[in-house]
Design a protein around this ligand. Structure first.
Ligand SMILES: NC(=O)c1ccc[n+]([C@@H]2O[C@H](COP(=O)([O-])OP(=O)(O)OC[C@H]3O[C@@H](n4cnc5c(N)ncnc54)[C@H](O)[C@@H]3O)[C@@H](O)[C@H]2O)c1
Length: 366
């Protein structure tokens, strides 16, 4: 269990995007002992109705609006938060290639608008927490096929090669790569391969520079693929397991892209909300950048098989479909998060998928 600060005097916490998948779980964790202000624009891709507003505990102050609108961020600053957790974001990987302006406006300008409002009102928080993304690493670091003791960053994959079913990235000089190494904030260089990732990296850079300049501790948690109950079931752009769970529950064959060999690290939303809450309540003066995941590298085929088995659906179909902007492999080295935040994921994949299926089932039957 995380210490949710019961023994301390209540602190004021702002959650931008607090009605989202991860944000609502943070509200649950903080509501008993903190004053909470949620700002959220009820993005229509995420919210088909106003249910999440109706479900907010009465004690939460709620403002409906966009983070890129200065007047909304002035209201945030007027709350004089001790901690700001900035979750609101445009999050579509493939979508960001078609809506780069919108992703930049929300993820970069929105962040700058928040920071200007805080600085302008002389309302610097004691800590800023931002959930960043493993997407910033792009293809990440791999061993070379010729020598597993030598590693190199994978080059972005060319869409023409993907169309030919050539899935693996190559090394900087065209070298054949062997196995992917875990994303590690201390060792892996950010090399975004889609616009969402680029805007999340820009968000990190803007926030870091602001925090250094004004002496505000910053916690950047780079999240792997978060899954679990509460993710929007109607959003076709994010949440691969939610999408697959819908397919399996409909008795369909899950279509697994790239021949099933994509590697991901699926971390349950409960573990992620614990990590972010721990970061929000951190009273040290240290800034940190850590990776959050289960720490397990899972081929998508294996996860799809497990989902199908649990749902009683037919075996998945491995296809040569692919999605522009996706990377071949990503998983986290979670040691640093363990040291800094006591992070240790609790929810196993089988249990997490069971819970996901049950939640998706109840949502689609509504
Ligand atoms: N879910 C994941 O797998 C994952 C992985 C890596 C990083 N993240 C990051 O975690 C954060 C939260 O993601 P989530 O999974 O809860 O997403 P989500 O889409 O469920 O929640 C985001 C919330 O922000 C709100 N929002 C979107 N644009 C807004 C705007 N312009 N102004 C105000 N509110 C806005 C939405 O209405 C929604 O309630 C994001 O910053 C995302 O980049 C998520």
């Amino acid at each position: 269990m995380i210490d949710t600060g019961h023994s301390e005097s209540p602190r004021r916490v702002v959650l931008t995007g607090g009605l989202g998948f991860i944000g609502t779980k943070m509200v649950d964790r903080l509501i008993d002992s903190h004053e909470i202000f949620v700002v959220d624009n009820l993005h229509p891709q995420v919210h088909q109705d106003r249910r999440r507003v109706d479900e907010l505990p009465e004690r939460v102050t709620f403002l409906e609006g966009d983070v890129a609108d200065p007047s909304n961020m002035q209201a945030v600053a007027a709350f004089r938060p001790h901690v700001v957790v900035h979750l609101a974001a445009e999050t579509g990987t493939g979508q960001s290639l078609l809506q780069s302006r919108r992703h930049a406006e929300v993820n970069v300008t929105g962040t700058a608008t928040l920071l200007d409002a805080l600085a302008g009102a002389d309302a610097l928080p004691e800590r800023l927490v931002i959930p960043s993304s493993r997407a910033i690493y792009g293809e990440g670091v791999w061993t070379l096929a010729s020598d597993e003791n030598v590693s190199a960053h994978g080059l972005p994959r060319d869409p023409t090669r993907l169309a030919n079913g050539e899935w693996l990235p190559t090394g900087p000089d065209g070298e054949e790569l062997g196995s992917p190494l875990p994303n590690n904030a201390a060792r892996s260089e950010p090399r975004p391969a889609n616009v969402y990732a680029a805007t999340k990296l820009a968000q990190e850079n803007v926030a870091r520079a602001w925090c250094i300049g004004l002496g505000v501790p910053l916690s950047l948690l780079r999240l792997q693929n978060v899954y679990g109950a509460g993710q929007a079931t109607g959003n076709p752009y994010t949440g691969v397991l939610t999408f697959m769970a819908k397919q399996a529950l409909a008795g369909e064959q899950i279509n697994v892209y790239e021949g099933g060999g994509i590697i991901r690290d699926f971390v349950n939303v409960a573990d992620v909300a614990d990590a972010l809450t721990q970061a929000a309540l951190d009273r040290t003066q240290d800034s940190l950048t850590v990776d959050i995941g289960s720490g397990d590298a899972k081929p998508l085929e294996e996860v799809a098989r497990l989902l199908s088995e649990l749902a009683g659906a037919p075996e998945p179909r491995l296809s040569n479909d692919f999605r522009a902007g996706d990377v071949r492999a990503a998983y986290a080295d979670i040691d640093a998060a363990g040291h800094a935040l006591g992070f240790s994921p609790k929810v196993g994949l089988r249990d997490g998928l069971r819970e996901l299926l049950s939640w998706v089932g109840s949502e689609v039957s509504k």
